[in-house]
Design a protein around this ligand. Structure first.
Ligand code: ADP
Ligand code: MG
Length: 248
């Protein structure tokens, strides 16, 4: 049987007395779009950063395609085919959209600095152009990214995560701050990328409609713990989830 793309077992990370992630386990199947939702401060970003090697968890095991990656650095993860977007924009405002994409593929550190000082690579133009067309940002491809609207910069930011042709992409709030009129477009794009590239995605997002429409399964986090995992229909019908969100 094919192992899960991502397997997280009993992951925990505390900051002093705050149990940011407190014994979280889940699996992401090949080709799956897996959503992570939960109130602010419920541990979603800490979970992401643990999976991505950005912070060291206190305990737990993380496996990629059956291989233990618990102690693996962001740089190695990138090489193993894991891409990510950050909760905040990571585009270089002074660079053109197209150059941002090219530099993103040269990423070896998982950070903006790492991208900036990475060695050159000339074979990436075609890949950038394909994504520029797919994301419908051709008309701004040669503009400085900093001159674009926030929503367009967000599109660039998401496209950048796909430049390294990752098998697994983690997206931290791809719709945050984006005009509602663009949210449906991002969902359509991610569905197309998922279909065409047969990649798996893990998506953190507050926008419920977006998550319900996009994800095959959804994990609900509350106070560092897993409250529920299920299909959108199962999550919608889950009374505990309703209570957590309505605050009863
Ligand atoms: N670097 C940190 N230092 C101290 N506390 C942190 C740190 N990062 C996160 N936390 C705390 O851990 C909890 C979970 O935060 P976070 O993972 O950012 O949640 P979410 O992404 O769901 O909003 C919060 O209480 C937050 O204040
Ligand atoms: Mg967060």
């Amino acid at each position: 049987m094919t192992p899960p793309v991502l397997q997280v077992a009993d992951l925990a990370k505390a900051y002093g007395a705050i149990k940011a992630v407190d014994g979280v386990s889940f699996e992401v199947k090949p080709g799956e779009i897996f959503g992570v939702i939960g109130p602010n401060g419920s541990g979603k970003t800490t979970l992401f950063n643990s999976v991505l090697g950005q912070i060291r968890p206190d305990r737990g095991r993380i496996a990629l395609n059956g291989r233990d990656i618990t102690q693996v650095s962001p740089r190695q993860l990138n090489r193993l085919g894991v891409g990510r977007t950050f909760q905040t924009l990571q585009v270089f405002g002074q660079m053109t959209v197209r150059d941002n994409l090219i530099v993103a593929a040269q990423e070896h550190q998982g950070s903006m600095l790492g991208r900036l000082f990475a060695p050159g690579d000339s074979g990436l133009g075609a890949r950038a152009d394909a994504l520029i067309d797919q994301f419908r940002i051709r008309h701004v491809a040669h503009q400085k990214a900093g001159e674009l609207s926030y929503g367009q910069q967000k599109l660039v930011d998401i496209a950048m995560a796909f430049m390294s042709e990752p098998a697994l992409v983690l997206l931290d709030e791809p719709c945050a701050g984006v005009n509602p009129s663009l949210v449906g477009g991002i969902s359509t794009l991610l569905k197309a990328l998922n279909r065409e590239r047969q990649g798996s995605f893990v998506v953190i997002e507050h926008n419920m409609d977006f998550v319900m429409d996009l994800c095959h399964r959804i994990l609900v986090m509350v106070e560092g713990r897993v409250l529920a995992v299920g299909t959108p229909d199962e999550i919608r019908a889950n009374k505990q989830v309703l209570d957590a969100y309505l605050g009863n």
